[in-house]
Design a binder for this molecule. Structure first.
Ligand SMILES: NC(=O)c1ccc[n+]([C@@H]2O[C@H](COP(=O)([O-])OP(=O)(O)OC[C@H]3O[C@@H](n4cnc5c(N)ncnc54)[C@H](O)[C@@H]3O)[C@@H](O)[C@H]2O)c1
Length: 262
């Protein structure tokens, strides 16, 4: 069987080392894709490129702040110039600078940062990638939403709203661009022990599986054994990026170990 992304070119935002985007970049490269690793931080992005080259894959680093239109346009342009086409976009740049952001007292700078990074960042990458993917004959977009957007009782109101908007954007784009062969799906991830999360709970920062998925402070108590690693989301992103999911567009896949099911 040929590799699942043979002859495909993928552009992944927020693909700096240690996160979901980086794990997905490596998974895509292992399946034959040439990958543009996009991140705001060159040292994190270059580290992902090194990791991909070390496993025999092909990758370049393209720096961009996803909330800046001209930078995203230029990064996608550079990718197409280097690899000749674009077939897959994954929008993984995102997150929140505040653990809780109740609307009652959230600082508006947190609101603006979250909306620009998560929602605007996803929108800009989609708007510059879609014409290229359509020109290449079609392909797939994978957006990162969150399990928080599928539940009530989230203490992160702004982040939840941004991730909910990504679900709506995903569905709207899927309907609009289906006839051009562009599929658009989202993943609503539960707690994933990426570098950012490990740093925030004080555990050693490392990519890949974490043997003990509880932290001492009990911060992950709502996920008794459902806390995943970046690689657990990468496998779903790979499925959505590949032709194996050709029947699926406009969908949001909950990948939260079942937390949103009850
Ligand atoms: N980790 C989780 O528990 C979890 C759960 C649900 C959803 N998600 C979502 O998954 C995605 C990835 O999360 P993660 O935990 O791997 O994050 P991460 O912080 O490990 O990785 C995000 C990457 O984005 C980069 N980045 C930050 N701002 C940027 C910008 N303006 N432009 C370009 N790159 C930028 C960072 O440098 C970093 O390399 C995010 O959208 C996040 O909201 C994560």
């Amino acid at each position: 069987m040929p590799p699942r992304l043979d002859n495909k070119v993928a552009f992944i935002t927020g693909a700096g080392i240690g996160g979901i985007g980086a794990a997905s970049a490596a998974a895509f490269a292992r399946e034959g894709a040439r990958v543009a690793v996009c991140d705001i931080l060159p040292e994190r992005g270059e580290a992902t490129v090194d990791e991909i080259r070390a496993i025999g894959g092909e990758a370049i680093f393209v720096q961009a702040d996803v909330s800046k239109d001209d930078e995203v346009r230029a990064a996608i342009g550079r990718t197409v110039a280097q690899f000749g086409a674009l077939h897959v976009l994954m929008c993984s740049a995102g997150g929140s600078i505040a653990e809780d952001d109740f609307i009652a007292d959230v600082d508006l700078s947190v609101f603006e940062h979250t909306m620009r990074l998560d929602l605007l960042g996803t929108m800009l990458a989609c708007r510059h990638a879609i014409p290229e993917i359509a020109k290449a004959g079609g392909g797939s977009i994978v957006n990162m939403s969150s399990g928080a957007a599928l539940r009530g009782a989230s203490p992160a109101h702004v982040y939840t709203a941004a991730k909910g908007a990504i679900i709506s954007l995903t569905r709207a784009l899927a309907g609009t661009y289906a006839k051009e062969g562009v599929r658009v799906n989202a993943i609503a991830a539960g707690r994933i022990l990426s570098k950012r999360i490990l740093d925030s709970i004080g555990a050693p920062g490392q990519a890949g599986p974490v043997p003990d998925r509880q932290d001492a402070a009990g911060r992950l108590k709502d996920y008794p054994f459902w806390v995943g690693g970046p690689e657990d989301i990468a496998s779903i992103a790979l499925f959505l990026a590949s032709e194996e999911s050709k029947m699926i567009t406009g969908a949001t896949i909950p990948a939260d170990g079942g937390r949103s099911a009850y």
